[in-house]
Design a protein around this ligand. Structure first.
Ligand SMILES: [Mg+2]
Length: 118
């Protein structure tokens, strides 16, 4: 299953990629903000998105809204430091399926991904 990881921090992308690999997901593509995330998504084959919120050029919220306008079904997990309840509600209203607050454990990421995949 190909997973798109969108985060402006290369360190955070590396952490997510390492965590995914530990739980069995090794097919990943990366974007450094919403704009490049949309480009990677447009290349096809992506079955799940893991995105940050705070990013330059196009943030995660705008990215999610743009993706949802054209794809209602793809699972989207947001991984962010924005932990306030109203932030979580806003992200869910934009179309995020689930939410992980940084820092996270591999177990948490695994649980969230598995719940997304049903
Ligand atoms: Mg960020």
């Amino acid at each position: 299953m190909k997973i798109l990881i969108v985060d402006d921090s290369s360190t955070m992308r590396r952490i997510i990629i390492n965590t995914l690999s530990r739980i069995g997901y090794t097919d990943v593509v990366e974007g450094e903000n919403g704009k490049s995330g949309l480009e990677k998504l447009g290349q096809g084959g992506v079955e799940m998105i893991i995105t940050d919120w705070n990013m330059p050029e196009m943030d995660g919220l705008e990215f999610v809204k743009t993706v949802r306008a054209q794809n209602a079904g793809i699972p989207i997990l947001m991984v962010t430091t924005n932990a306030a309840k109203e932030d979580i509600v806003e992200a869910l209203q934009a179309g995020v399926n689930n939410y992980v607050v940084k820092p996270f454990t591999p177990e948490t990421l695994k649980e969230k991904i598995e719940s997304l995949l049903g």
